[in-house]
Write a protein that binds this ligand. Structure first.
Ligand SMILES: [Zn+2]
Length: 451
C-alpha cells in the first residue's frame, strides 16, 4: 500500500512536469508563430509594393473628385488613352496577397479621354466598412481587346488631401483607414491602409442623432404637446438603445439648451447643430421630427427623407421597421415620394429661382451651386458636404457660414418624420409607443451596419 501510494505520487508529479512542459512548448510555438506572422506581413507588404508598382505603366489617371459620404468612398477621374481597343475598365484594389477587389465602375470614352467614376449614387461606391486590415492600392485596370490588362495608378488632382476614416464600432472594434495619396519611385498613388485601433479618438463618433427644433423653436404643436419635446425624448431613448449595441452616439442637443436660444438661426455657429454634427466625425446622421399638415389631417404615418442620387434601401428598411414595430402606417402623402414611406426632396427649378430672388431682394449674392440635385432639407444638405450640395442657407441673412459646406467628407443623412402631430391617432401612438418607434430605428441600424 505504501509503495503504491509513493508510486502514485511520483506518477502524478511526472504528469504535472509533462503538462507544464507541453504548455511551455505551446507558448513558445505561439510566440514564434506570431513573430514570424508579423515579419511575414511586413515583408509581404514591401514585396507587394514593388510587385504592384512593377506592373504599373508610367501614365497615371487623374482623380478629379474624391468624396467620403457616410461609409462609402466615391471617386471620379480621367486618363488619356491613345488606344480605342478597350474592352473593359474597372477600379480595383490591389493588396499584398495579390488578390484583387473589383469596384463597380462606370466609364465613358470621348476622343482620347477615358472618364471613370464609382457612380452617381452617393451612398454607394467603395464600402469602407468591408475592407480587411490590409494596405490597398487603388488602381485603374484597363482590359484591352488584345487580351492585355494594364494597371494605372491614381494621382490626386483635387484640392482635398488625406482622410482618416474610422469604421463603425462593431464588437467593440474599430479600424482606422488612412486614405492617402503618395508617391513610390516618382509614381503617384492612392493607398488605403486599414489597421485596427484600440478605440475611437474622443472626437470621433459612429452616429449623430439630431432631435429636431429646440430652444425657442417648439416645432409642431398639438394642445400641450410640442414636437421639440417629443423628438428629444425619442432621441434620448434611441441613444440608449444604440449604446447598448456598442455604438458611440452624439446628440446635437440634449434639452439643456436655453429656452430662448434660436437653434435654427445659429446652426452654423461654433455651437450650432450643423457644426456639432460635422465635428462629431460620424458616419450616419439621423434627424428626428414630427410632421404637421392640415391638408393631410386624416392621414398620419411615417416619412423617411433622404438626399437625391441615393440608394434608398436603408431608408426603406427604416420605414418598414417603424410601420411594423410601432404599429403605424406609411404616410399617404404623395409629394416627393419615391417608395412607400421614403421621400426625396430636392430644389425644383422654381425653388432655385425663388431663392435667387430672395437673395437679390435681401441684398446678398445668390448661391451659385444650387441645382435640382441639391437637397432642399437643410439638415440633410448641410451635413452631407459637397455630396448633397451643402451651402449657407440663403433664406435669411442672419444665418452665418457653414464652414463645412465645401467638405468632401459628409454624413449619410436621414430625416425621419415619425408621424403627424396634427393627427390625434399618430400623436397618441408616439406618446404611448415611442419605445417601439426607436426600437425599430435601432434594429434597422443593427441590420444595416452591424451584421
Ligand atoms: Zn420638425
Amino acid at each position: 500500500m505504501k509503495k503504491n501510494k509513493k508510486r502514485q505520487k511520483r506518477v502524478i508529479r511526472n504528469r504535472i512536469i509533462l503538462i507544464a512542459f507541453i504548455i511551455l512548448i505551446a507558448i513558445i510555438v505561439i510566440l514564434i508563430n506570431n513573430n514570424s506572422k508579423e515579419n511575414a506581413t511586413v515583408s509581404a507588404d514591401l514585396d507587394s509594393k514593388s510587385e504592384i508598382f512593377s506592373n504599373i505603366t508610367g501614365v497615371t489617371a487623374e482623380v478629379s473628385k474624391y468624396i467620403v459620404y457616410g461609409t462609402h468612398l466615391n471617386l471620379e477621374g480621367s486618363i488619356n488613352v491613345t488606344n480605342s481597343t478597350i474592352d473593359n475598365v474597372k477600379l480595383v484594389l490591389k493588396s499584398s496577397n495579390s488578390d484583387e477587389i473589383v469596384i463597380d465602375t462606370d466609364y465613358e470614352i470621348n476622343d482620347s479621354t477615358l472618364e471613370f467614376t464609382t457612380g452617381e449614387i452617393i451612398n454607394e461606391g467603395l464600402d469602407l466598412e468591408s475592407l480587411g486590415r490590409k494596405s490597398y492600392y487603388l488602381l485603374l485596370k484597363v482590359a484591352y481587346t488584345n487580351g492585355q490588362d494594364k494597371y494605372y495608378s491614381l494621382e490626386n488632382k483635387t484640392n482635398y488631401s488625406n482622410i482618416d476614416y474610422y469604421t463603425i464600432t462593431k464588437n467593440s472594434e474599430n479600424n482606422k483607414i488612412y486614405i492617402n495619396f503618395g508617391e513610390y519611385n516618382s509614381v503617384p498613388y492612392l493607398n488605403l491602409a486599414a489597421n485596427k485601433v484600440e478605440k475611437l479618438p474622443d472626437d470621433v463618433y459612429d452616429i449623430v442623432i439630431d432631435p429636431g427644433h429646440g430652444g425657442i423653436d417648439a416645432g409642431a404643436v398639438n394642445g400641450n404637446y410640442y414636437e421639440a419635446d417629443i423628438v428629444l425624448d425619442c432621441a434620448q431613448k434611441l441613444k440608449t438603445k444604440l449604446e447598448e449595441l456598442g455604438l458611440k452616439v452624439f446628440l446635437t442637443r440634449d434639452g439643456t439648451e436655453d429656452e430662448n436660444e434660436n437653434t435654427a438661426y445659429n446652426m452654423y455657429d461654433d455651437n450650432g447643430r450643423i457644426t456639432k454634427a460635422m465635428e462629431a466625425n460620424a458616419k450616419i446622421f439621423t434627424s428626428l421630427h414630427m410632421n404637421s399638415n392640415q391638408a393631410y389631417l386624416a392621414n398620419g404615418g411615417v416619412e423617411v427623407y433622404t438626399p437625391g442620387k441615393f440608394n434608398y434601401d436603408f431608408a426603406q428598411l427604416l420605414a418598414d421597421n417603424i410601420v411594423k414595430m410601432a404599429n403605424t402606417n406609411y404616410s399617404l402623402m404623395t409629394t416627393n415620394r419615391v417608395k412607400n414611406g421614403v421621400y426625396m426632396d430636392n430644389f425644383t427649378q422654381n425653388d432655385i429661382e425663388q431663392a435667387n430672388e430672395e437673395a437679390i431682394a435681401g441684398g446678398y449674392e445668390p448661391y451659385e451651386n444650387i441645382t435640382t440635385d441639391t437637397s432642399y432639407l437643410f439638415m440633410l444638405r448641410e451635413t452631407g458636404g459637397i455630396a448633397t450640395g451643402a451651402y449657407v442657407d440663403g433664406r435669411n441673412t442672419n444665418y452665418s457660414a457653414n464652414k463645412y459646406y465645401n467638405s468632401n467628407i459628409g454624413l449619410e443623412s436621414y430625416l425621419i418624420e415619425l408621424g403627424y402631430m396634427s393627427v390625434q391617432e399618430d400623436l397618441d401612438n408616439i406618446l404611448n409607443n415611442s419605445d417601439a418607434y426607436m426600437q425599430a430605428v435601432a434594429e434597422s441600424i443593427k441590420t444595416q451596419y452591424l451584421n
